[in-house]
Design a protein around this ligand. Structure first.
Ligand SMILES: [Zn+2]
Length: 127
């Protein structure tokens, strides 16, 4: 691993751990330190990410069912981003194999399509 890659890896890990600590120790439903969704405030409709902060807080406390209830799309988003992160950090055969399937235009379009479908569906079904 090059020095630059090591610095990036340490920085990304530190930021992720700090964010996880903030969400672990602060409940977004009870705290005013978290940003409110501008789309929800302006339109009254949920955006695809609405509930993600509450879901993260619940997941960090082991309440996976609550996390899914707050934002079902996280079931798609979290594995996708973890694989994308692993693919970008791992420069060995495993990383290249993941990159061939995850970091492709087709996978990106599929992710965006699911994101939009989720956005529409959650507002129609009020989930
Ligand atoms: Zn939102």
């Amino acid at each position: 691993m090059t020095r630059r890659r090591t610095i990036i890896t340490i920085t990304v890990t530190a930021i992720a751990l700090a964010a996880a600590a903030v969400y672990f120790f602060n409940n977004p439903e009870q705290s005013n330190i978290f940003p409110r969704c501008p789309i929800k405030m302006l339109t009254g409709y949920d955006c695809p990410s609405c509930g993600a902060q509450r879901a993260l807080h619940a997941a960090l406390h082991g309440n996976i069912a609550d996390a899914i209830r707050y934002n079902l799309f996280l079931v798609v988003a979290v594995p996708f981003f973890l694989l994308a992160l692993a693919a970008s950090l791992l420069k060995n055969r495993v990383g290249r194999a993941i990159s061939l399937h995850i970091l492709t235009p087709r996978a990106g379009f599929a992710y965006i399509a699911l994101y939009i479908i989720w956005w529409i569906t959650r507002n129609i079904l009020s989930i």
